[in-house]
Every structure is written in C-alpha cells, then in structure tokens.
Design a protein around this ligand. Structure first.
Ligand SMILES: [Zn+2]
Length: 111
C-alpha cells in the first residue's frame, strides 16, 4: 500500500494530459466522492487555495487498457471475504474439524 505521493511519483516526468489516469477524491466540505483527470488534480495540488479541500482516495489508471487501482494507506479496498471450507467433504458436504477428521469421515462413510 502506498501514499498519494508514492502513487503519483510514477507519473512524474510524463505529460499528464496524455495519460488516462483519474484521481478519485473526497471533497472535504461535502464528503462527496468524485473523480477528475490527473492533470486537473495536479493543477489543484499546485493551487494553495484549493488543494486542502480535497482528500486523495485512489488512482484509476486506464492507460494500459486494464484499470489498475491503487489505494492509499488509510482507505483499503473492500474485498469480499472468501470463506473456504477446507475440511468439507466433497461427497456429502460434511464439515470436518481438521484434515484427519475429514479422512476418518471419508473412510467411515464413503468406502
Ligand atoms: Zn462425506
């Protein structure tokens, strides 16, 4: 996980108007989330009167076709939790306590 500075560092030296990079941000006064082009974001960052009004959220980079999303430290993307029944019997759905238990179950019920 990277900070805004680290995320934006890789676009340094490039013409931001040629990049298909979008910054997602939260407008502090309203709490509204929105997006803008990277070049607009960089312009605001140079503007002392405006830069503190917006909180950086993440960057979506469409320049390589597939969007890559980079998120700053304080906001982690919500990932669905994958619950896996590691010791579930594929034959009847019985959930064992551990590998040995599952093996015993299979021997007892399915052999
Ligand atoms: Zn079973």
């Amino acid at each position: 996980m990277a900070t805004e500075k680290e995320i934006l560092a890789k676009y340094e030296g490039q013409n931001p108007k040629k990049l298909k990079v979008f910054v997602y941000y939260t407008e502090k006064a309203t709490g509204i989330e929105n997006e803008m082009n990277l070049w607009e974001w960089l312009r605001i960052k140079r503007d002392r009167n405006r830069r503190d009004r917006f909180e950086f959220d993440r960057v979506v980079d469409l320049s390589e076709g597939v969007p890559t999303i980079e998120t700053s430290d304080d906001k982690k993307p919500e990932e669905p939790e994958i619950v896996e029944d590691k010791f579930q019997c594929p034959l009847c759905g019985f959930v064992a306590l551990n590998e040995g238990d599952l093996k015993l179950h299979k021997e007892a019920k399915h052999s």
